[in-house]
Design a protein around this ligand. Structure first.
Ligand SMILES: [Mn+2]
Length: 393
């Protein structure tokens, strides 16, 4: 086992936390509040800062424009709040899916006025990004249609292309625009950006700073996600990930909770790309999870730990031995090389890496000992009162 290589990869493996992962969330049937859950943006940033302090690899926080920036609050002020919590603002996520005007879509809406409104909100998001020093605009659209015949599929594709081109033209040179796809929900017949092929075509049409964002939960059950990742890397079109896991659909469970081997195989393709080409392009590793029942911070610590373990395992694959065994068509040995790495217990190695950086060897245990959650619950209960239950329906 080459410790040095794993250590240097872990040094570079940074994971962005989502502000929304610290807030109360639920399903469309209901929401069960937690006293310690963050309500305000400064609470979300404080929680993210606490996780970063324990893990040392989560220096940025993804923000949702409508949820995290108040109209009367300067974006720079949020950036300052982040800094005071020991983190920076990462990807900027516009929100063009919850206002009433988006009933028939945003960038795919037949109304040019509504498309323009959506584009303006996304241009404002680029401006916010510039102001807070972010270099990532992360786009996800709820656009699509629910019934056959409802709208013209190709017209919507063209409206999307036009809007993304306008956005791309406004990007500063160091900003990347990420285009995320999802097969269904909330649209149930034809989602406008339903898969990686559609995202790839739209990103290519938009311009060279647009890349594809792979959300690990946004695929049908049988889809080979690592193959998509390998192709996107080879086309220099992979921009980043949204980490989560699922058993059924877009369940937003903590990464690796259901199928850690899947995430390991994705990381293997990234390391295989490095082996093949000598480098890996910048990839934004971001968490996109909804912790409905788990305590938010514990879920995040579990997520970061699992992502690091699976990435470290992928770094253990003996690429030269694998290439030789592939050359001999020795499929049993080839598979065993992958499985050998996957089945290696990297927890002692990870603990050693953390200790070498002055971090707690077991971040979850350190969090439980810190009393942070009980303090947050007490302070937030005093500040916000007992929260009423919520429902989506
Ligand atoms: Mn996502």
């Amino acid at each position: 086992m080459n410790h040095d290589i794993v250590f240097s990869r872990l040094n570079e493996f940074m994971i962005e936390l989502p502000s929304w992962g610290f807030a109360d969330t639920g399903t469309r049937f209901g929401k069960f509040n937690q006293d310690a859950a963050a309500v305000t943006v400064d609470e979300k940033l404080a929680d993210a800062g606490h996780v970063n302090k324990l893990c040392g690899c989560c220096p940025t926080v993804a923000v949702h424009v409508l949820w995290d920036f108040k109209p009367d609050q300067a974006a720079a002020e949020v950036a300052k709040l982040a800094r005071s919590s020991g983190v920076r603002i990462g990807s900027i996520n516009p929100n063009v899916f919850q206002d009433q005007q988006y009933k028939w879509g945003s960038a795919g809406n037949r109304s040019s006025a509504i498309r323009k409104h959506a584009v303006e909100h996304m241009l404002d998001s680029i401006a916010i990004g510039k102001e807070v020093g972010s270099n990532l605009l992360s786009l996800w659209f709820a656009d699509g249609i629910n019934y056959p015949g409802q709208s013209d599929i190709v017209a919507r594709k063209r409206w999307f292309t036009e809007s993304l081109k306008v956005l791309h033209a406004a990007l500063p040179p160091d900003m990347t625009m990420l285009v995320e796809y999802k097969p269904f929900e909330p649209a149930f017949y034809a989602t406008d950006i339903a898969d990686w092929g559609m995202a790839l075509l739209l990103a290519r049409a938009a311009g060279p700073q647009a890349k594809v964002l792979v959300d690990t939960g946004h695929h049908y059950q049988a889809v080979n996600i690592e193959q998509i990742v390998a192709w996107l890397l080879d086309e220099n079109m992979l921009g980043g990930f949204h980490f989560n896991d699922r058993k059924y659909a877009d369940d937003d469970l903590t990464i690796g909770s259901i199928d850690p081997y899947q995430i390991f195989r994705i990381f293997c393709e990234i390391e295989n790309h490095r082996f093949r080409t000598g480098s890996v392009p910048p990839i934004a590793y971001m968490v996109d999870q909804s912790h409905n029942l788990k305590p938010k911070i514990e879920a995040m610590l579990q997520t970061v730990d699992m992502a690091q373990q699976l990435y470290a395992k992928a770094c253990l694959v003996d690429r030269k031995a694998l290439a030789a065994s592939q050359e001999n068509e020795d499929l049993v040995q080839s598979e065993n090389i992958l499985r050998g790495a996957f089945l290696t217990d990297v927890r002692p190695l990870l603990a050693e890496w953390r200790s070498s950086g002055g971090l707690p060897a077991d971040p979850l245990a350190a969090h439980r000992q810190s009393g942070y959650e009980a303090r947050a619950a007490k302070d937030r209960l005093a500040k916000h009162g007992k929260k009423a239950g919520g429902a989506y329906a």
